[in-house]
Write a protein that binds this ligand. Structure first.
Ligand SMILES: [Zn+2]
Length: 283
């Protein structure tokens, strides 16, 4: 199952500028604060820690309201906190998908605050505003907003074949859909065609959108696509990826289920690449 796409919270954005109401919510005994530091999450034993009814800290972000009405906030975990990597918690399969999605929201936005204490325009200190969805510079008046970085990820098909590639740093035998960041001034389709051509030398024609996934390492939005190849001759740019190959649909199915005879495998089901390869393989 795709990770990070199942947040049960209502973001209740209208509350972000209503300071008195927000303060009252923060004082409720059922208020939950999750704390993160870098890509680590504060834990209690093996599971993410929910600080219920804790005292307010200096900089906190309002995440939203749960179905039971409980307000949820995020804060930076102190160095002394017991921490575990968010990725590891996901892979362990013991945290429910709703909580994982809340933690992804917390991790991405706290990461932004960790890196934006000073104004990119004039270098002065900035202050948190709008319950964490803006930072303001008193010196020059600049406003700064949390960033989300769009990434295109595309399974390219040619008839019965699927183009997949691998990076040198990945687990041995793993292949996945090609991906890359959208650049300023590009459409999603242009970014996808450029990335596939840069990495594998393949020209892509028609592209269709399949699904998206927030990817909190630190704050990407994966935009999942399937494209049709217009050419078939692969030229790998080894400065970007280690290998790219055409796989048959049958091979791709075995890679998804980890039953490929040569031990090759595709991305984990938590990642959108898995769903894209499955769709491209006709599953
Ligand atoms: Zn400034």
């Amino acid at each position: 199952m795709l990770a990070y796409v199942s947040s049960p919270l209502n973001r209740a954005h209208d509350l972000r500028i209503r300071n008195e109401e927000l303060s009252a919510l923060r004082r409720r005994p059922d208020c939950v604060v999750v704390r993160v530091r870098g890509d680590q999450v504060e834990v209690d034993g093996d599971l993410p820690r929910r600080n219920v009814g804790a005292a307010a800290e200096e900089e906190e972000v309002f995440l939203g309201l749960a179905e039971d009405g409980a307000p949820w906030f995020a804060a930076r975990a102190p160095e002394s906190a017991s921490l575990a990597p968010l990725r590891g918690l996901m892979l362990a399969g013991i945290v429910d998908h709703g909580l994982l999605s809340i933690l992804a929201q917390a991790r991405s936005i706290i990461h932004w605050h960790e890196r934006h204490g000073f104004c990119a325009n004039c270098g002065s200190a900035t202050a948190i505003r709008d319950a964490g969805y803006r930072r303001a510079c008193a010196a020059c008046g600049a406003e700064h907003f949390p960033r989300t970085d769009p990434v295109v990820i595309i399974a390219v098909t040619h008839g019965e074949r699927i183009l997949l590639g691998r990076q040198a740093a990945w687990a041995e035998g793993m292949y996945s859909a090609l991906a890359g960041f959208c650049e300023p001034g590009e459409t999603i389709e242009q970014a996808a065609r450029r990335e596939v051509f840069e990495e594998a030398g393949i020209r892509v024609g028609d592209i269709r959108y399949i699904a998206s996934q927030p990817w909190p390492f630190p704050s990407s939005l994966m935009i999942g696509l399937i494209g049709e190849a217009a050419t078939t001759e692969i030229t790998v740019d080894t400065s970007e990826i280690q290998d790219a190959r055409w796989f048959s649909r049958e091979e791709a199915r075995h890679m998804l289920t980890r039953s490929h005879p040569q031990g090759l495998h595709a991305s984990h089901p938590y990642a959108i690449a898995h769903a894209l390869i499955a769709a491209a393989a006709g599953l």
